[in-house]
Write a protein that binds this ligand. Structure first.
Ligand SMILES: [Fe+2]
Ligand SMILES: [Fe+2]
Length: 177
């Protein structure tokens, strides 16, 4: 996992990341972090139970924090800024709903369970689909509507909110959606 600055969990230059507070850049950076965890899981051998447990725990944490800042800050702001993409927001929340319940199940499921790999595989499929829709279909419309300055201000709010994020996926709003 990439190293994070202790204050705001961003990847500062000293940790190999570029400095940007653009909200969409920050969210895509999170997506890349999660994709790296997915690839490591896919490359882990059948018997690598300890490694797979650690990777899934990291997925749970990364995805819970990411979904929290999206649901509490980015989604409502983007919905207001680009009302015509409201359907995207509503669909995205439903996709979060499925993901956070899968995360809560994986938190309890031992890696030796016969359905552990299957559940992680379906989680990965769901998240990849969700990320693709966000990045390909929705974010470009939000960028066009909001512009650079507003997205930078929004990104500052996302960074500030990360330390407040819960660790329990079921405490997210989308869990009750
Ligand atoms: Fe999302
Ligand atoms: Fe996202």
């Amino acid at each position: 996992m990439p190293r994070r600055c202790a204050r705001c969990l961003c990847r500062g230059p000293e940790n190999g990341g570029a400095v940007s507070t653009d909200a969409i850049v920050l969210l895509k950076d999170d997506h890349k972090t999660v994709e790296q965890l997915f690839k490591k899981f896919e490359q882990a051998g059948d018997g690598a139970l300890v490694t797979k447990r650690k990777l899934v725990d990291a997925m749970i944490e990364e995805l819970t924090v990411h979904a929290f800042i999206e649901e509490t800050i980015f989604y409502p702001t983007a919905r207001e800024a680009v009302p015509e993409t409201e359907d995207h927001v509503l669909e995205s929340v439903e996709e979060h709903h499925v993901v956070v319940w899968m995360l809560s199940e994986l938190a309890e499921l031992p890696p030796e369970a016969e359905n552990f790999d299957a559940k992680v595989t379906v989680l990965i499929e769901n998240v990849r689909h969700h990320v693709e829709e966000e990045e390909q279909e929705w974010f470009p419309e939000v960028r066009a509507a909001m512009g650079r300055k507003r997205l930078q201000e929004l990104g500052e709010r996302l960074i500030a909110a990360k330390p407040e994020a819960p660790r329990d996926p079921l405490s997210l709003r989308s869990a009750r959606a």
